[in-house]
Design a protein around this ligand. Structure first.
Ligand SMILES: NC(=O)c1ccc[n+]([C@@H]2O[C@H](COP(=O)([O-])OP(=O)(O)OC[C@H]3O[C@@H](n4cnc5c(N)ncnc54)[C@H](OP(=O)(O)O)[C@@H]3O)[C@@H](O)[C@H]2O)c1
Length: 296
């Protein structure tokens, strides 16, 4: 039974993320209208108490808070461009993965049509929606974030990154990049161990333990990079060059690709060749960070 004192929530897009999001609002007692391009995906939510809208325009008209966990930027534009006029006076929360520039474009477009715009990025899996294990990032209208904070927290713990609509996407991509590097490292290692009969399932708990320890190392790494203070570290460039070199040699001898670690080796070699072999591993940051054009 929905609570009439709560704002009416519209969810556009009932894919892997949209369906549990709509369900979470129903469980929390919100009146919920749903729309999906493929209408049948709304069936279970309608059985749970959601109202099915026949069109995206009908769905947007029903809600003061419009949440759009659609596939990507193109899908958002395809769904919303033809119905821009009904956005006026509503708050649009775009949860599709996109780039900062796409987020800024959409913010300007939505604001131009009289909507309050919040860009969101979901650091969660379908099964961690509405649990403390997921978290969502937001940027754009501070008024929208403040007004609907309680509703945003229904989906996941909510973090606001400021008025630039692109800020949530930059932070999202940075986190994805961190994860991709770690997970690709795991898959490479699993392929390596496969050659000696250790299965990925057996390796996974060991890797998880190691990654947990690595996470504890981040504050030290961040402190060194943040202060550009690389002297006296225990894990030096040259020490890690040797480690990465051994890994590449073993990969080659085992018939495993060296593509994953060659870029890191090139960075460490570059740092060492510049006379920084005894600096901390974190000094690789100096080769990665953006430079003024005249320094490139
Ligand atoms: N899945 C994850 O683990 C996960 C985690 C974090 C973030 N994300 C992000 O969350 C977003 C949604 O992902 P998802 O996993 O829920 O995707 P999904 O299961 O593939 O669902 C995509 C949704 O977008 C709709 N859609 C696609 N193209 C459309 C168009 N042109 N017009 C209207 N609707 C369109 C689909 O409608 P139909 O049902 O009609 O195809 C469906 O509702 C993505 O940006 C993804 O990167 C996903």
């Amino acid at each position: 039974m929905s609570d009439r004192t709560k704002p009416h929530v519209t969810v556009l897009g009932l894919g892997r993320m949209g369906a549990p999001i709509a369900s979470a609002f129903l469980v929390a007692g919100y009146p919920v209208t749903v729309w999906n391009r493929t209408a049948a995906k709304a069936d279970a939510l309608v059985a749970q108490g959601a109202v099915r809208a026949a069109t995206a325009a009908e769905a947007v008209t029903a809600g003061s808070l419009v949440i759009a966990p659609l596939l990507d930027h193109a899908a958002v534009r395809q769904a919303l461009d033809p119905i821009a006029s009904v956005l006026r006076g509503r708050t649009l929360v775009n949860l599709a993965n996109s780039t900062p520039d796409h987020a800024r474009d959409l913010a300007a477009w939505a604001t131009g049509h009289g909507a309050d715009y919040l860009d969101g990025a979901m650091l969660a899996l379908p099964e961690t929606v509405a649990t403390p294990d997921g978290f969502f990032l937001y940027s754009g209208s501070r008024r929208a974030f403040t007004t609907y904070r309680r509703e945003l927290e229904v989906m996941a713990p909510a973090h606001y990154f400021g008025a630039d609509p692109g800020a949530a996407e930059i932070h999202d991509l940075a986190l994805l990049g961190t994860g991709y590097a770690a997970l690709t490292g795991f898959l490479h290692a699993a392929a390596l161990l496969d050659t000696v009969g250790t299965s990925p399932e057996v390796f996974a708990p060991l890797a998880a333990r190691w990654l947990h320890g690595m996470a504890g190392f981040l504050p030290e790494l961040a402190g060194e990079a943040g202060r550009a203070a690389y002297a006296g570290g225990t894990s030096t460039v040259d020490l890690n060059r040797a480690g990465v070199d051994s890994l590449i040699q073993l990969s080659r001898a085992s018939g495993i690709t060296t593509d994953v670690h060659e870029p890191l080796k090139a960075l460490l070699d570059g740092r060492s060749a510049d006379g920084h072999g005894q600096d901390s591993f974190s000094s690789v940051f100096e080769l990665l960070r953006a430079r003024a054009p005249e320094q490139q």
